[in-house]
Design a protein around this ligand. Structure first.
Ligand SMILES: Cc1cc2nc3c(=O)[nH]c(=O)nc-3n(C[C@H](O)[C@H](O)[C@H](O)COP(=O)(O)OP(=O)(O)OC[C@H]3O[C@@H](n4cnc5c(N)ncnc54)[C@H](O)[C@@H]3O)c2cc1C
Ligand SMILES: *[C@@H]1O[C@H](CO)[C@@H](O)[C@H](O)[C@H]1NC(C)=O
Ligand SMILES: *[C@@H]1O[C@H](CO)[C@@H](O)[C@H](O)[C@H]1NC(C)=O
Ligand SMILES: *[C@@H]1O[C@H](CO)[C@@H](O)[C@H](O)[C@H]1NC(C)=O
Ligand SMILES: *[C@@H]1O[C@H](CO)[C@@H](O)[C@H](O)[C@H]1NC(C)=O
Ligand SMILES: *[C@@H]1O[C@H](CO)[C@@H](O)[C@H](O)[C@H]1NC(C)=O
Ligand SMILES: *[C@@H]1O[C@H](CO)[C@@H](O)[C@H](O)[C@H]1NC(C)=O
Ligand SMILES: *[C@@H]1O[C@H](CO)[C@@H](O)[C@H](O)[C@H]1NC(C)=O
Ligand SMILES: *[C@@H]1O[C@H](CO)[C@@H](O)[C@H](O)[C@H]1NC(C)=O
Ligand SMILES: *[C@@H]1O[C@H](CO)[C@@H](O)[C@H](O)[C@H]1NC(C)=O
Ligand SMILES: CC(=O)N[C@H]1CO[C@H](CO)[C@@H](O)[C@@H]1O
Length: 640
């Protein structure tokens, strides 16, 4: 019935639609601005520096306590709760962007550069805030309303050390999406990654073609970077952090003994050892929302609606044209219409969920759930994820941060570690198979702040694993291994046809045995550091907490033991991609190289899910890049 009113199959309708709420919207924005300003001035005047600092301490302690007491939800009941079944009309916009995450914030910004275009940005979560701005406390946000609250399904070959064999699977449900709760690491990947995208049939996406888009968004402010590869006037800040006193020279020297040279890993050569680069502006996170939305709130053609959970994409099945969305906001149901396009930027889990709820996905699976199939596409079928290992440490004779929370915050306001950067400080990208210049593993070195959430808290270790997990936060250096190109693939599926239910996330880490072999090579590589002369300066040696279920079967540090322990202490690195991958064929991809859903009109996906094969880095940078490029593709498709 709605589709008859709009006649969406007629492409000319675009120019004829009325924009009912748009003009009233401008007036209300202008009137609100002075009120905000007054509040701000009063706040600054009444806060002396001392008062300000005690406020900071209270805010941090409050959020940490709240996280420790938080119970993760089991479904989306709070978002789907409706106490008024009327379907309200939210209005008509040229573009509706679903999700304000790494990608959606960029798309909303770039499309509203065109003054004639109106954009509605719908975000299920609430605001980001002073707490989420601090990278070192990110893991506490997993235990808050700012995380959707997912776990993986019980795993067979990974996450075996966690309760019920399930790994926590955080996803940002907040302005900025995952870029508001993630580690803030800025690592683009290797040129071959993007050349591979192009070789898979995605013309326009080779390294030379995407590099300008990495540069476009970036404002790099750290020294010793390779200028030709970095931007310095984009919106998103990239910086390094101060060092943990004494740590860096020793670690650099240790890796140099393994013939690793110092690099700018986002520059000419990725292989080597480096200080970590972060999305940081001073001591604060430079998330997509901070970088691409904060300074643009006065654009009258951009309407950002938080607390708005999209439950359905409206599609005219007779011609396959998307024309709007249905969503729930504060207990009320709304429909919003798109006179040009609906753009899904709901992320690697929720974009597939929303597509499948709307009839786009594997036909068998959807029919079984009673969902009418509009297009049979492999939605959710190619989940590719980096697998991480959390059981390796160096135990040293150093005492890194024997300081209270207040002392950590005193350092923080001076932009000093440990809290500014989290536990990731130095990194080594390495190729283990010896065949190419692209890394297949990443070794991450860091010293966690004493206030960090800790592995036991974040991962809900099984009792028998937690009992032996005897890390020493004051003296240990963590050495995490990430596999960058594992062969295992997982899935995202629906539990039911109800948006209230969480989707089923099954990453299937280590289900392909080749990945265990790569992991073993990575361990052998890291163990060489145990002989390092440089680390003797810390009297350091490898510390492994042990794994009861493996210790009882094999001798420690034998190959069988390592492969057994891999399955117990492995996690998803939360770097999933590929669930709506782009490609030329609807047989093994969901969107075409212009990010339009195969066989449909006016519906694109722009988020990490379209990444066709994993990057040798962390996906936020590549996701921002692809959103920048997507915005240009969209402008081009409308003749701009
Ligand atoms: C804990 C964690 C740590 C990570 N660390 C790093 C790191 O250090 N560096 C790095 O590069 N990458 C990291 N990643 C990965 C990276 O953050 C993500 O790959 C990237 O942010 C994905 O961007 P996106 O735009 O695809 O989705 P998201 O950023 O997840 O955005 C999706 C948005 O859509 C909203 N949404 C979803 N469904 C709906 C709906 N139905 N209605 C309305 N809104 C909806 C969500 O609330 C969210 O705001 C990490 C991820 C996690 C979870
Ligand atoms: C208060 O603290 C904030 C955040 O640390 C800082 O940006 C601001 O300048 C401080 N204001 C005063 C008056 O000290
Ligand atoms: C958490 O931090 C936010 C942002 O500063 C603040 O508004 C909120 O009150 C804090 N929560 C608690 C429980 O202290
Ligand atoms: C966004 O659109 C809604 C519905 O049309 C309107 O009520 C609201 O005022 C708009 N908000 C802004 C900030 O423009
Ligand atoms: C480092 O290079 C030197 C000189 O080529 C070589 O002798 C040594 O074996 C290499 N070390 C490692 C760990 O590869
Ligand atoms: C928004 O604010 C910026 C900076 O204050 C200003 O340059 C710009 O012109 C404003 N835009 C609109 C549409 O008011
Ligand atoms: C409906 O629910 C919303 C969200 O829970 C609440 O804010 C609102 O007050 C409720 N309205 C009524 C009439 O109960
Ligand atoms: C940490 O500091 C406390 C208080 O100053 C002190 O008692 C303790 O010995 C210190 N621990 C180490 C390992 O230095
Ligand atoms: C690391 O070296 C120490 C000696 O410094 C040795 O006791 C220990 O067995 C070695 N550990 C491994 C895993 O090789
Ligand atoms: C740590 O061990 C090294 C090597 O034995 C030694 O030189 C150094 O003084 C020790 N440092 C501390 C703090 O004990
Ligand atoms: C913000 C910050 O601490 N930046 C540091 C980045 O690394 C260089 C080189 O180690 C330091 O000089 C900067 O201070």
């Amino acid at each position: 019935m709605l589709r008859n009113v709009l006649n969406v199959c007629d492409t000319l309708i675009v120019g004829l639609l009325k924009v009912p709420h748009f003009h009233t919207l401008q007036a209300s924005t202008i009137m609100r601005a002075p009120i905000v300003l007054v509040v701000f001035l009063v706040a600054v005047r009444t806060n002396d520096a001392q008062h300000n600092f005690s406020d900071l301490v209270a805010m941090i302690s409050g959020n940490i306590s709240a996280a420790r007491a938080y119970t993760l939800p089991l479904d989306n009941e709070k978002l789907t709760y409706v106490n008024d079944t009327t379907l309200n009309n939210f209005g008509t916009f040229d573009f509706i962007v679903v999700g304000s995450g790494s990608a959606g914030s960029v798309v909303a910004n770039r499309l509203t550069e065109i003054a004639e275009w109106t954009v509605l940005l719908l975000e299920a979560g609430g605001s980001d805030d002073d707490f989420t701005d601090i990278l070192g406390f990110a893991s506490f946000s997993y235990f808050s309303e700012k995380n959707w609250g997912y776990n993986t399904t019980p795993q067979a070959d990974s996450c075996l050390g966690m309760v019920n064999n399930q790994c926590l699977y955080p996803r940002g449900k907040v302005r900025g999406g995952c870029s508001t709760i993630n580690g803030g690491v800025y690592a683009r990947g290797h040129p071959d990654d993007f050349d591979e995208w192009a070789e898979l049939g995605n013309s326009g996406w080779s390294y030379n073609e995407v590099l300008p888009y990495f540069i476009k968004s970036e404002r790099a402010v750290f020294p010793d970077r390779e200028e030709d590869f970095h931007g310095d006037d984009g919106y998103m800040y990239v910086d390094n952090t101060s060092e943990t006193p004494g740590l860096e020279p020793v670690i650099f020297a240790a890796f140099e003994e393994l013939n690793q040279t110092r690099v700018d890993y986002n520059g000419r050569n990725q292989l080597g050892v480096a200080k970590r680069q972060f999305n940081l502006k001073g001591n604060k996170r430079s998330s997509s929302s901070r970088a691409f939305l904060d300074d643009f709130q006065n654009r009258t053609n951009l309407n950002v609606s938080l607390g708005s959970f999209v439950t359905q994409i409206l599609i005219d099945s007779s011609c396959g044209a998307a024309y709007g969305v249905e969503f729930i906001k504060h207990g009320k149901r709304y429909v919003a219409y798109a006179s040009k396009e609906v753009i899904l930027s709901a992320g690697v889990i929720n974009s597939p969920q929303l597509l499948m709820l709307s009839g786009i996905g594997p036909s068998n699976g959807l029919q079984d759930l009673g969902i009418e199939v509009i297009r049979d596409l492999p939605v959710g079928q190619n989940l590719e994820d980096h697998v991480g290992y959390i059981g390796l440490f160096f135990r040293t004779n150093q005492t890194f941060y024997n300081i209270t929370l207040v002392e950590q915050l005193q350092l923080y306001v001076q932009n000093l570690r440990p809290v500014t950067g989290g536990s990731s400080e130095l990194v080594n990208f390495v190729n283990l198979d010896g065949t190419r210049d692209r890394p297949d593993a990443e070794i991450v070195i860091g010293v966690p702040a004493p206030s960090a959430a800790g592995v036991q808290f974040v991962f809900k270790l099984k009792d028998e694993v937690a009992e032996v997990f005897d890390t020493s936060p004051l003296h240990d250096i963590s050495v995490s291994i990430l596999l960058l190109h594992p062969k295992s693939r997982g899935t995202v599926k629906l539990l039911s046809n109800n948006p209230r239910d969480f989707p089923l996330i099954d990453p299937r880490g280590f289900s392909d045995e080749a990945d265990l072999e790569t992991f073993y090579k990575a361990v052998q590589y890291v163990l060489q550091l145990n002989e390092s002369v440089a680390l003797k300066g810390f009297d350091a040696s490898i510390h492994h907490p042990g794994v009861p279920s493996c210790d009882s079967l094999y001798n420690r540090f034998t190959k069988d033991w390592w492969l057994c322990s891999a399955k117990v202490l492995s996690i998803s690195a939360w770097h999933a991609t590929g669930t709506t991958r782009m490609g030329p064929s609807p047989v093994d991809s969901v969107v075409d190289p212009r990010l339009v859903v195969h066989g449909l009109k006016y519906l694109r996906v722009v988020d990490a899910g379209v990444i066709p094969s994993a990057v040798s880095g962390h996906p936020h940078a590549a996701t921002v890049m692809l959103a920048e490029k997507a915005s240009d593709i969209i402008k081009e498709d409308y003749g701009l």
